[in-house]
Design a protein around this ligand. Structure first.
Ligand SMILES: Nc1nc2c(ncn2[C@@H]2O[C@H](COP(=O)(O)OP(=O)(O)OP(=O)(O)O)[C@@H](O)[C@H]2O)c(=O)[nH]1
Ligand SMILES: [Mg+2]
Length: 600
């Protein structure tokens, strides 16, 4: 529970094999032997013994049991750190500082008897403020509790206390801040009973003094003088108490009105960098004794204490803001694609779950136009049941305008792939469901491709199955998410032995499926339309082939979406304006009618 609260990726990761040697590096190697040669010669001309940062074994494959080197070492470290270096959800208790106390003091000077009251007011407590910052990328630095400093007490000679310094906490763009009920235990009847007993033990006057000292600063021996007030003298303190009680009531009512709705803030695209959000208000400072000076009471011997600061429990959820989100199975080449199109340098390695944190890259176009692309960890079948790394990191593509499916097109043609940690999980219901549709293929296709003979089914397309897995997992995470504008990148098209065959079948199956889904959506009464075509672009991210075509299509889709958003916001603004005008006109007519009736 704790893990899931503070980092979405921590708890889920424990289910996956962590050590690189436990993971099967076959996703791209199994498809062709010649690919390996290409990769090796491309990457490691300088060092014949190293493959992608790993020692080469006798048969030429990387040795994942050996000590990793270079980039692989970094990846290994990340896997060991279990994703703890990225926190996208956390809870925080914020408390504004308490106000400083007012001071009871009188002017003292030689030959000046009965000097006037000169106690200073207390300073207000510091506020807790969240600052939107584009330099922050995770919630790792957010503390569990944030308490702003209290205000300084007032002093004699009319020295007012300093206000407490505001506590500013930077939050990344894309953070959603929600107020939640306090998990702190409420006072149970037994505790209350104990407190009542204690107050009885104290005695009446002591209990009264104690209660009074919570709100009042009293001059020494004032309590005694109050109880033994000579007859006929007015007790000005009662009057002051009544004023303060009335003020307290107003402040409480104002606070209650303000906190009727729980706080909900969204640090989104409209937010400017450096914008401040007050989340915990500091308490007001107490009044010094000159505040209670009246024409009758020339020497008030009491001042008030500072008010308590506001305390709130908040949850912070980071939903990265990007224009396009890359979605794909592990090892599909998402990170390689991001590196090919943008300035980002994510970790790339030939084993699943290399990427553990979302990563944002910016695609720069020649006319200075920019598109932000988010790379996230790979999804696998059953991710919605916390298989693999789970699917909570989908929150980082949830806000993307466009979804880019990255599909590995270099899978063996017509053969079901079996990669440990990616394809080896089959839920019971899948087995039941699969009996009708994929009966033939699942029976024919052996589970262990290394030992049993491979039976090729010309109707079976692993890339198509991968794409459907992605759609299912996205729908399981948020129904309707797949209806976003999207495109497909058929990656690893450079593996010419299988890619063309796979691509042909994949395109046919995808278009059929997409047409079916479009028809289903258009018949349903959903507000989200799915009227876009699904473009499939063969790409080699590794060798940067067809990249320009992809980026230009991506730009087209993003621009079209942004234009739609602009129109929608313009319409909304116009509607709001019209509503306001209508309300004003209604008020004016009502006023006119009332005036007319008065005249009559
Ligand atoms: N031949 C070929 N190999 C590629 C291509 N793109 C990626 N690869 C290889 O595929 C492997 C996996 O690439 P990654 O970019 O790490 O894959 P990913 O989708 O980010 O994987 P996860 O982070 O684990 O989800 C690496 O060894 C890449 O070199 C490509 O276009 N052609
Ligand atoms: Mg990756």
């Amino acid at each position: 529970m704790q893990g899931s609260l503070y980092s979405s990726t921590v708890s889920s990761l424990s289910r996956t094999p962590r050590h690189a040697s436990q993971l099967m590096p076959r996703a791209c190697f199994s498809s062709s032997g010649s690919l390996l040669d290409k990769i090796d010669s491309h990457n490691n001309n300088h060092d014949e013994d190293i493959v992608d940062g790993w020692q080469r074994t006798i048969d030429g494959l990387p040795d994942y049991t050996a000590e990793p080197r270079g980039r692989a070492k970094g990846v290994e470290w990340k896997l060991r750190s279990k994703g703890r270096n990225f926190v996208d959800f956390c809870r925080i208790k914020v408390s504004g500082g308490q106000g400083g106390d007012g001071c009871v003091s009188f002017h003292r000077e030689k030959f000046v008897a009965f000097g006037q009251p000169n106690g200073g007011n207390g300073g207000r407590g510091g506020n807790v403020i969240f600052e939107a910052s584009s330099n922050e990328t995770s919630l790792q630095h957010i503390p569990h509790t944030a308490a702003a400093p209290r205000g300084v007490h007032g002093k004699g000679s009319l020295m007012h206390g300093h206000a407490g310094k505001d506590l500013v906490i930077k939050v990344p763009m894309g953070t959603i801040i929600r107020e939640v009920p306090s998990p702190e235990k409420e006072l149970n009847p037994e505790d209350e009973d104990g407190l009542f007993q204690k107050s009885l033990e104290l005695g009446e006057t002591e209990a009264k003094d104690k209660e009074m000292s919570k709100r009042w600063v009293l001059y020494p021996r004032l309590t005694n003088s109050l109880t033994t007030l000579p007859e006929g003298k007015v007790n000005y303190f009662d009057e002051a108490q009544a004023w303060v009680a009335e003020e307290d009531r107003i402040v409480e009512a104002r606070r209650a009105a303000m906190s009727k709705k729980p706080l909900l803030l969204d640090v989104n695209e409209q937010t400017e960098d450096g914008e401040h959000f007050m989340v915990g208000r500091g308490g007001g400072g107490g009044y010094g004794n000159p505040h209670f000076l009246t024409t009758q009471n020339r020497a008030p011997k009491y001042a008030t204490r500072g008010r308590e600061g506001q305390t709130r429990w908040l949850t912070l959820e980071l939903k990265t803001i990007a224009d396009a989100g890359l979605v794909g199975l592990p090892n599909a080449g998402k990170s390689t694609f991001l590196q090919a199109v943008s300035n980002a340098h994510p970790a790339i390695a030939p084993y699943p779950f290399t990427t553990l944190n979302p990563y944002i890259g910016t695609v720069d176009y020649s006319d200075s136009y920019q598109v932000k692309v988010a790379d996230i960890p790979g999804l696998i079948r059953g991710a919605h049941k916390n298989i693999g790394l789970g699917h909570s990191f989908l929150r980082h593509v949830e806000r993307s305008k466009v979804l880019v499916y990255v599909i590995d097109i270099a899978a063996e043609f017509g053969v079901k792939r079996q990669v440990k940690g990616v394809d080896d999980w089959t839920p019971e219901q899948d087995e039941h469901e699969g009996e009708d549709s994929t009966e033939a293929t699942s029976k024919d296709i052996p589970t262990d491709t290394t030992e049993a003979p491979k039976i090729v089914d010309s109707q079976y397309s692993q890339p198509f199955e991968d794409w459907k897995t992605l759609l299912d997992e996205l729908e399981a995470y948020q129904p309707g998410l797949t209806r976003r504008p999207s495109m497909i990148i058929a990656n690893k098209a450079d593996v010419t032995e299988v890619a063309p065959k796979n691509l042909q079948l994949f395109q046919k199956l995808v278009h059929e499926e997409w047409a079916k889904r479009r028809a289903a959506y258009s018949s349903s009464s959903s507000s989200v339309s799915q009227d876009h075509d699904l473009k499939i672009v063969p790409v080699s991210a590794k060798y940067k082939k067809n990249i320009v075509k992809v980026t230009s299509i991506l730009r087209e889709i993003v621009e079209a979406e942004k234009a739609k958003e602009v129109v929608a916001t313009h319409r909304k603004e116009q509607r709001e304006k019209e509503e306001q005008e209508e309300a004003l006109a209604f008020k004016a007519t009502r006023r006119n009618i009332m005036n007319a009736s008065k005249l009559e």
